[in-house]
Design a protein around this ligand. Sequence first.
Ligand code: ACO
Ligand code: LMR
Length: 280
Amino acid sequence: GKVRAPTHIISTISDDRGEEPCYAGVPMSSIIEKGFGVGDVISLLWFKRSLPRYCTQFIEICIMLCADHGPCVSGAHNTIVTARAGKDLVSSLVSGLLTIGPRFGGAIDDAARYFKDAHDRGLTPYEFVESMKKKGIRVPGIGHRIKNRDNKDKRVELLQKFARTHFPSVKYMEYAVQVETYTLTKANNLVLNVDGAIGSLFLDLLAGSGMFSKQEIDEIVEIGYLNGLFVLARSIGLIGHTFDQKRLKQPLYRHPWEDVLYTKLVLYGLLVRINFIKRE
Ligand code: ACO
Ligand code: LMR
């Protein structure tokens, strides 16, 4: 009989061998004929299944909301500096992407992990937040540099509104909101941020859609799929910033001396202690 040689790669999400490419078994012609969008394509390639319309719409809303947040945030700043150093599109893009992490845009997976664990263990927001404090871990998904109680993040409100209207249950999001209510008693800027909103709401999407087993949800949370939403979304903005700088023929960037505190370490420690400067 035929002997199958062992392969070096196993792939389960797409197939390019036939007349047309297939995503999770769905031929490209069918994707186009059915009027699928980017949310459907993400469902097929990341989750290997077609998700209900409200889920794919939610994914698309996340992508649109996180596509850009102005030139001052870490990612855009890096991209702008790189583009102005004369580098190409891919270099400028990845330079910005490399800033995505636990403080900026890449807190979605950890927010989902911690909110899920705390909610499922029945911790009160007080118990959860205080236990994180004892461990010296900032609550992922909470806090913002420019948003606060009186200037809430519109993106978070839009996500919550959509989910309250379309999701069968928003129990994880409600838990995250309770956590926010508690953290806001500590400081004005400890709002539920866009990473925390997406992290908690994606848990609701996974649990409420009836499309994932408990084991699959645990795997998705453990592997960490959700930061991918921010990476994908922000790439749109970072590419835009690259084109913008090139179009404007911006010269090499050099940071102004006036904006640097040149000091000795001892003096820096003193200035931090008397609250003259904020430790970055
Ligand atoms: N949990 C608990 N306490 C916090 C948190 C938090 N998430 N964020 C800030 N604090 C408290 C801490 O007591 C902190 O003091 P410390 O420096 O001794 O730890 C104090 O507030 C002041 O913090 P700042 O550093 O001034 O806060 P900043 O405004 O610089 O930080 C940031 C904003 C980085 C978003 C922060 O809140 C944080 O680390 N959050 C968790 C990570 C996260 O969710 N990031 C995603 C942000 S949204 C996005 O990037 C798209
Ligand atoms: C973002 O979307 O980039 C932010 O929420 C971070 C910021 O500081 O604006």
